[in-house]
Structure formats: structure tokens, C-alpha cells
Design a protein around this ligand. Structure first.
Ligand SMILES: C[S@@+](CC[C@H](N)C(=O)[O-])C[C@H]1O[C@@H](n2cnc3c(N)ncnc32)[C@H](O)[C@@H]1O
Length: 349
């Protein structure tokens, strides 16, 4: 059975609810921020019971945004995001499994009545062929996806198409499962490992390369957690590979560089992003306090200045001087530091 047929059977027939999963790979245990609790509580229980995501895909600053959810399943994230974008925004879900879409569509009216507006659409389609869906290029503010890319054969095609569909300054914000190594062909095609979001998991470093090749030059990790495989037989088959669930954000910004470079710039968060009154979290390594000068690399500067977050920041500095690699961003100078004592003694090797 090919991967798409296996996935359609797994999510359309085998699984009836989140409780049927054999691992915790597809269940979110991230602590849910308080502001999202009532949002999630507004989703119909039949939809929530078929939630198979592995992270929270609710970035800040969505008011009025156009959002596309790749592999939207029964629609839990779509209906949550619909409330965050509000009446002026819209959320489009794409999925290929008829049974998942049937549930999602069945409760469209119920949700629009509850929210007081209708801003959701579901499309049946293959996210490996997004170009066939007639969504205009440069038209989407934020693309999200929750535990889906691992189930896709041609992962690079999804990243390339996402890049085309995003507006400049837009972002792909998604959760997925990653392996600590490349898995064997046999494991990649094991139907249960595949269905449980493990067999098709990318080795994390291959993911980074695929994202960069698609144009997303500086992938930013937002959250991650190790996964536990509760099914002993499956665990043994997959050992010694280890798995993580992680959320990344990938900005579509032309000038991003492949490393964080230091131009002596800084930003100040002025506040005003909904649900980020005192601290703005850009990613796992950037918690930006309100009213405090925060030194940034050139890429972080652009992510804030050339995205929907720009009105909420003051920007200091320009591009006129370069001070080398930005300290603490994971890349160091390849050269040995000069040992002044040795130099003074005349040592040459
Ligand atoms: C693990 S479930 C996650 C569903 C949803 N995001 C959620 O959080 O509940 C994976 C979903 O991805 C969909 N999917 C997998 N490959 C796909 C593809 N190539 N095109 C469209 N949908 C796909 C499946 O049909 C399934 O609904």
C-alpha cells in the first residue's frame, strides 16, 4: 500500500478518536496558555475528539490574517484559528481524507453560529500538489500544519509550495515529529509506524536543509518535547532511534542570511500584540521583554521589521557596520582564538 492509501485508511477508518493512538506522538501535551483554553473549549467535541496534532499551532498576532492549514483533519485547529483571526480574517483547511473532511464540514454551521461569523473553508486536496488548488501565490499570511509533513512522501514539494503561497513577511508555523537519525526504508514503510507519525519523520538536520533549499533560510525552533512510544513492540522496531515533536516557524523574508550575523542592532518591544502584554516570544531563544532594549542579529531584526509584528517594535541600528557572527546563535568562528601569551613568546606552530 502506498503512503497516501495507508494514511487515508489510518485516519479515515482505523482511528476513530485520539484515544485510539498507540503512542503519544500525535497528542499534544504542551501546556496550553490560558488565553487558548476558552478558544479550544469553543470547538465542537466531535471535532476535538478527532484531533491528532502534535503541537500548538497558534502564533501570536493573527487578527485579520488569512491562514492556510495543511492537513487540517477534522478541523480542530481551523476552528480555533478562526476565532483568533476573527471576522475580518479567514482560515482554509486542506486535507485528502474524505472522512476527516466530512466531520470538519458537518460542524461548519455550528461553529459560525457560536462565533457569530463564518470565516472557514475546507478543501479536499493533496498538499504535495498545492499548486493545483487555485490558491493565488503571495496570498497567505500564515500557513500552519499539525503532525502532517511526516505523512507526506515528497516533503520538499510542500515547503516549496508553501514558500510560493506565502506573502512576503508571512510565515509557515508548524508542528511535526522529527527523528534523531535517518530511518531505514523498512521502518519508513511500516504501516503502523507511518500512521503513528513516526516512520515518515524527518531526521531533524535533513528538515533544516529542505527548509533552507525551499527559501526559508533561518528556521526557528519554537518548542520541542521528546516523544514516548508506549507500544513496546513498535518501540523495539524503531530502537535505537529517538523522536521529538517540535514546532518551527519559517519566515518568508528575502534578505534572511544562512547564519545570524551581528550588525550591532537592537529592538524594543512596545507591547500591543494580543496575549503578549509583557513578553513577546519570537522563538525558544528570544523572549523579548516590553520596553527593554534587546540586542538582535540581522535575521531577527528582519523577522520583526518585515513581518506583521513591525508596528509593535522600535528598531535601532542599520546595516552599515558588521561585527561578525552574532554570539550565542549556534554558529561560532571556525578559527582558534589567538593566544596572546604564545604569540609573545614567538611560537609559530
Ligand atoms: C495526524 S493527522 C493530523 C490532522 C490535524 N492536523 C489535527 O491536528 O488533528 C494527519 C492528517 O494529514 C492528512 N494528510 C496526510 N497526507 C496528506 C496529503 N498529502 N495531503 C493532504 N492531507 C494529508 C491526513 O488525511 C490526516 O487528516
Amino acid at each position: 500500500m502506498n503512503i497516501q492509501d495507508n494514511v487515508k485508511t489510518y485516519y479515515g477508518e482505523v482511528l476513530k478518536s485520539s484515544a485510539d493512538l498507540q503512542t503519544d506522538a500525535c497528542c499534544t501535551i504542551d501546556s496550553i496558555p490560558n488565553y487558548l483554553k476558552p478558544v479550544l473549549a469553543n470547538v465542537h467535541p466531535e471535532v476535538s475528539s478527532r484531533y491528532y496534532g502534535c503541537g500548538l499551532i497558534a502564533p501570536l498576532g493573527l487578527d485579520g490574517a488569512t491562514v492556510l492549514d495543511l492537513g487540517s483533519g477534522a478541523g480542530q485547529d481551523v476552528y480555533a484559528l478562526a476565532q483568533l483571526v476573527g471576522a475580518p480574517g479567514c482560515v482554509i483547511g486542506v486535507d485528502m481524507t474524505a472522512e476527516q473532511l466530512r466531520i470538519a464540514n458537518e460542524y461548519k454551521g455550528w461553529h459560525s453560529e457560536k462565533f457569530g461569523f463564518a470565516n472557514v473553508d475546507f478543501i479536499e486536496g493533496d498538499i504535495e500538489k498545492l499548486g493545483a488548488l487555485n490558491i493565488p501565490e503571495n496570498s497567505i499570511d500564515v500557513i500552519v500544519s499539525n503532525c502532517v509533513i511526516n505523512l507526506v512522501e515528497d516533503k520538499a514539494a510542500v515547503f516549496r509550495a508553501a514558500y510560493e503561497l506565502l506573502k512576503p513577511g508571512g510565515e509557515f508555523y508548524f508542528s511535526d515529529v522529527y527523528a534523531d537519525r535517518r530511518l531505514s526504508e523498512e521502518l519508513r514503510h511500516d504501516p503502523v509506524a507511518q500512521g503513528e507519525c513516526l516512520g515518515g519523520a524527518l531526521y531533524w538536520n535533513d528538515f533544516l536543509q529542505i527548509a533552507r533549499n525551499a527559501g526559508f533560510r533561518d528556521p526557528r525552533l519554537v518548542t520541542d518535547r521528546p516523544l514516548t512510544i508506549q507500544n513496546d513492540e513498535l518501540k523495539e522496531r524503531l530502537a535505537p532511534a529517538k523522536f521529538h515533536s517540535a514546532t518551527y516557524r519559517l519566515f518568508k523574508i528575502d534578505g534572511l542570511e544562512s547564519a545570524c550575523e551581528d550588525y550591532g542592532q537592537a529592538v524594543v518591544y512596545k507591547g500591543g500584540v494580543t496575549n503578549a502584554e509583557t513578553i513577546f516570544m519570537l522563538d525558544a531563544h528570544h523572549a523579548i521583554e516590553k520596553d527593554r532594549i534587546f540586542p538582535v542579529c540581522g535575521n531577527t531584526y528582519r523577522m520583526l521589521k518585515e513581518s506583521r509584528f513591525a508596528p509593535h517594535f522600535e528598531f535601532h541600528g542599520d546595516w552599515s557596520a558588521h561585527y561578525g557572527i552574532f554570539p550565542g546563535c549556534g554558529v561560532a568562528s571556525p578559527f582558534t582564538e589567538r593566544d596572546d601569551a604564545a604569540a609573545m613568546s614567538g611560537a609559530c606552530c
